[in-house]
Design a protein around this ligand. Structure first.
Ligand code: FAD
Length: 387
């Protein structure tokens, strides 16, 4: 058992860390507060090949292991979590195409997505259905060589910048069980009847847009059905989310680590009652808990990622990692704010942004309560098998 990164993983981490330190950290506060789109950072991520981290070599990607994948999100989120959002659902779309796409679909879309010349996201959530994806109402009706898609999606990250979106639809709205009637259609920007609505105002997670998407008699060729077979969409989407949870866990570890780093710095330089506040035991208790929880979350994330790399079913592991890391991240952001006193509430200090960014990780890619139900189901099954 080895709790350290391999030399290659450590080298990769250092590369991403240096990029985040040099190109993201210096602009994060100002660009986040102004709502500016980080186009220059996106261009640099393209040059670094970060849009292709889950694309196989043969299509121009680097197909990194899941531990390295989690590290990309930790390092970027230490500087600015919103930037991680630009890569997160894009890379899951590439993962789904690589895993479930037909050879023709992989050849057609993966090379452009690997370089970042083309961008993507994932469109699952609807105004009336998020956790209960089987309750979606976007319908794709077959008409000759096309599907006619009608419906709406919401909260779609990268929607405005996506050239291609995997969209969860019902190809058979009467199917029982309902998931047998669900499919993913790859819908290209510019397709008649496909439009992006307004960007949603949000607490944090700025930098990347979250938008509504509408389909009105949108005609999509049958060859855009992911994998070429109807009825597979929900399973394809859920397995992508299972993988994606290590990206959310990685982001949570990154934000929590940044909270700890800022709190350590501040505690040592802020004076009260004639000495640094770091001398007070009440502050030390907070710092010690934060450091312990951040490291536990990191190891849980690497453990879950290693289970994915071993090709195992890992919904328990990735669920636990995302659940724990996001909860300790929320706690760390609040503790860092307390340690900063009144300044923690000021936009002059990064901990204010960390506090606004932290709750997203408890919502995205499965709310924490939904994950608790997934974990409990796996526990029951394991218990039954043992007894
Ligand atoms: C900033 C942001 C970006 C996002 N990006 C994307 C994206 O790119 N693509 C995309 O498809 N979606 C995206 N989402 C949507 C996100 O995945 C959903 O918000 C999330 O899955 C929860 O769905 P919901 O909002 O409909 O909440 P609901 O499903 O309505 O849940 C409301 C509450 O009820 C609880 N609940 C529901 N069912 C159960 C149950 N069975 N047991 C216990 N508790 C339950 C939930 O835990 C939650 O607390 C994004 C959301 C945000 C905020």
């Amino acid at each position: 058992m080895d709790f350290e990164l391999s030399p290659q993983q450590a080298e990769f981490r250092d590369l991403i860390r240096e990029f985040a330190r040099r190109s993201i950290a210096p602009v994060a506060r100002e660009w986040e507060l102004s709502g500016r789109y980080p186009a220059e950072i996106v261009d640099e991520m393209k040059k670094m090949g970060l849009f292709g981290v889950l694309v196989p070599d043969e299509y121009g990607g680097s197909a990194v292991d899941a531990v390295s994948y989690a590290i990309v999100f930790e390092e970027i989120s230490k500087a600015w979590m919103g930037i991680a959002g630009i890569l997160g659902s894009h890379s899951l779309a590439t993962w789904m195409l690589a895993r479930y796409g037909t050879p023709g679909q992989r050849r057609r879309w993966l090379p452009g997505l690997a370089t970042g010349e083309h961008r993507s996201g994932i469109a699952l959530t609807e105004p009336g259905a998020g956790s209960d994806l089987q309750g979606i109402s976007t319908v794709a009706r077959r008409e000759g060589a096309d599907y006619i898609v009608n419906g709406a999606k919401t909260w779609i990250t990268n929607a405005r910048h996506a050239d291609l979106l995997p969209v969860l639809v019902k190809t058979d709205a009467r199917a029982e069980p309902r998931h047998r009637g669900m499919s993913l259609l790859m819908i290209e920007a510019g397709t008649l009847g496909f439009s992006v609505g307004k960007d949603l105002d949000k607490l944090g997670y700025k930098g990347t847009e979250s938008a509504e998407v509408f389909f009105t008699d949108c005609r999509v060729p049958v060859e855009n059905l992911l994998g070429g077979e109807e009825g597979r969409g929900l399973q394809q989407a859920l397995s992508a989310l299972e993988f994606g949870r290590v990206n959310i866990a990685g982001r949570a570890v990154g934000v929590a680590q940044a909270c700890l780093d800022r709190a350590l710095d501040y505690a040592r330089q802020r004076q009260a009652f004639g000495r640094p506040i770091a001398d007070f035991q009440a502050i030390q208790l907070k710092l010690a808990d934060m450091a312990t929880e951040v490291q536990a979350a990191r190891l849980l994330t690497w453990w879950a990622a290693a289970a994915l790399d071993a090709g195992k079913r890992a919904d328990l592991e990735t669920g636990m990692a995302k659940l724990y890391a996001s909860e300790i991240c929320i706690k760390a952001s609040l503790e860092a704010m307390r340690i900063h006193g009144g300044y923690g509430y000021s936009t002059e200090y990064d901990v204010e942004r960390f506090y606004r960014d932290a709750p997203l990780m408890a919502i995205g890619e499965g709310t924490n309560d939904i994950l608790r139900t997934v974990i409990a189901r796996r526990l029951y099954r394991a218990h039954d098998e043992e007894s």
